[in-house]
Design a protein around this ligand. Structure first.
Ligand code: SAH
Length: 485
């Protein structure tokens, strides 16, 4: 982040603008929304600027800016639409101690003005560090549409009521009250006209004061495979109201940042299936916060119902007398298979798919290898990296074809997703060479769809990513099924 967003108190402060044309007008329209004391230096100001000066909304000085003109100014805008004059006046203003912005010159500016969505006192500032003004405008347009015009008055009335609301205990109770105001009672009252809003606030406060404090609750939430866009709406809502978020190592930062700002984030990340004592600690932690009355989100990578030790945690929560709900998420298998352009099931190929773990608490997990080794079978293997050699041995021993495609997807759905297309006989060698260190899902019986770029991990192909598939893994599962029937 090269620019740090802040909201500057401008009431009574000097802001100086050099220039009186279109560029200056655009900035002045924004600045006039504030209570700053604005001075404009312009030899030939636009009529609008002169009108504002006549209305007493700003001071107009009909000459070019000179040394000392920006003394005591908080901000200075060089808006001369002339590079040389911008450079000259900016240097003067800097010498006077003002923070300087040169319109349309990011490099020489000390601050930039964001795109603004104005629902005063609610203000949304959007910045892209000059990288994508088009994007900033699109976001602004989107927000303009989404934020009701009544948001400003609601917030203003709410602000005047803040002291009254302090009869409610700080924390959850007060938050619930404001939540209710902004999203239910407030907009409903506002629809009948602004006059009724204060009375509605009074009634609402009464209701909340008389209401018993909400008990703790635990939501078990699947965070999906990593791409924040793959969170469910319900998961986002749970994060919006969470007091405490207890999360795994698999949940990436961009998702954690969606949690309420005041939420306490607790990382209980562990590698694979850790020792049971650790699980007991996690259970205890969830229960402890729930019993304190917190809205707890237990956030797990992928779908919380898949290899997530969910049942143990639910049992602990139920034993403590707490309520809970489960918000499923997109599991790694779905993300990985999407990443290689395939389906988990396919008519004529596999009518079932297995979710397997390479590892369980005892070590490498045992499965029904004989049935899995049959042609056309598909399995999504979680936590399979370390067990690759074992898996490969067991499957081949039970008659799986050496050329059975296996695809390993690392960091599925994330920007650093990598795909290894290989075959059963080469699986452990290729995987060792690929040296994945992120979470990786193995798709047994599936090759990436032809034509999709896949990273090759053999010696010649380094450094990756190279675009082509190893020959041996281009065989599609359907042709495999056909050749063996
Ligand atoms: N509940 C999770 C699985 C937890 S077990 C889910 O539904 O996805 C942890 C294993 O999941 C990892 O070892 C890895 O095999 C797999 N995994 C999780 N996220 C992944 C991702 N983004 N890409 C690839 N594999 C992932």
């Amino acid at each position: 982040m090269q620019h740090f967003p802040i909201f500057l108190a401008l009431t009574g402060r000097r802001v100086v603008v050099s220039g009186g044309g279109a560029a200056a007008l655009a900035k002045l329209r924004l600045l006039l929304k504030t209570e700053a004391r604005i001075t404009v230096f312009a030899t030939a100001p636009d009529r609008q600027v002169a009108d504002w000066a006549n209305q007493g909304r700003l001071t107009l000085v009909r000459r070019a800016a000179e040394p000392g003109d920006a003394l005591c100014a908080a901000l200075f805008y060089a808006a001369n639409e002339d590079a040389a004059e911008d450079a000259r006046t900016a240097a003067l203003a800097r010498a006077d101690g003002a923070l300087v912005n040169i319109v349309d010159n990011l490099e020489d500016s000390q601050f930039i003005t964001p795109a603004i969505v104005d629902r005063d006192p609610v203000t949304v500032a959007i910045g892209t560090e000059g990288a994508a003004p088009v994007l900033a405008r699109a976001i602004k347009a989107d927000l303009e549409e989404r934020l009701p015009a009544t948001l400003g008055p609601l917030a203003r009335i709410g602000k005047g009521f803040r002291k009254m609301a302090e009869v409610l205990p700080f924390g959850r109770a007060r938050r619930d009250f404001w939540q209710d105001y902004y999203f239910n009672a407030g907009p409903r009252a506002m629809a009948q006209g602004e006059d009724g809003v204060e009375a509605a606030l009074d009634r609402l406060l009464d209701r909340h004061v008389n209401r018993s404090v909400r008990p703790g609750h635990v939501s078990f939430v699947g965070a999906g495979p990593g791409d924040p866009d793959l969170l469910t709406l319900k998961a986002r809502k749970a994060l919006d109201v969470a007091d405490v978020v207890i999360h795994d190592r698999l949940v990436p930062q961009p998702i954690l940042e969606l949690a309420r700002r005041e939420a306490v984030l607790i990382d209980v990340g562990k590698e694979g299936f850790g020792p049971s004592a650790k699980q007991a600690d996690i259970d205890a932690l969830i229960v402890e916060h729930g019993l304190k009355g917190a809205q707890v989100v237990r956030l797990k990578g992928g779908d919380c119902t898949v290899f997530g030790r969910l049942d143990e945690e639910i049992e602990a929560v139920v034993a403590a007398g707490l309520s809970y709900d489960i918000v499923p998420g997109i599991t790694a298998a779905s993300a990985a298979v999407a990443g290689i352009g395939q389906s988990l099931t396919k008519r004529g190929r596999n009518a079932s798919v297995r979710l397997l773990t390479g590892h369980d608490m005892q070590g490498f997990a045992d499965h029904d290898w004989r049935s899995l080794a049959r042609p056309g079978e598909v399995a999504a293997i979680y936590m399979g990296k370390r067990a690759a050699h074992f898996l490969q041995g067991r499957l081949m021993m039970h008659g799986a074809a050496p050329e059975t495609p296996v695809t390993v997807v690392e960091n599925a759905s994330r920007p650093d997703q990598r795909v290894l297309g290989t075959t059963l006989d080469r699986l452990s060698t290729d995987l060792a060479e690929a040296d994945f260190d992120g979470p990786a899902l193995m798709l047994f019986g599936l090759a990436p769809r032809d034509g999709l770029p896949v990273t090759r991990f053999d010696q010649e192909a380094f450094p990756w990513p190279a675009a082509s598939l190893p020959k041996s893994s281009q065989q599609t599962p359907s042709s495999l099924a056909m050749s063996s029937t």
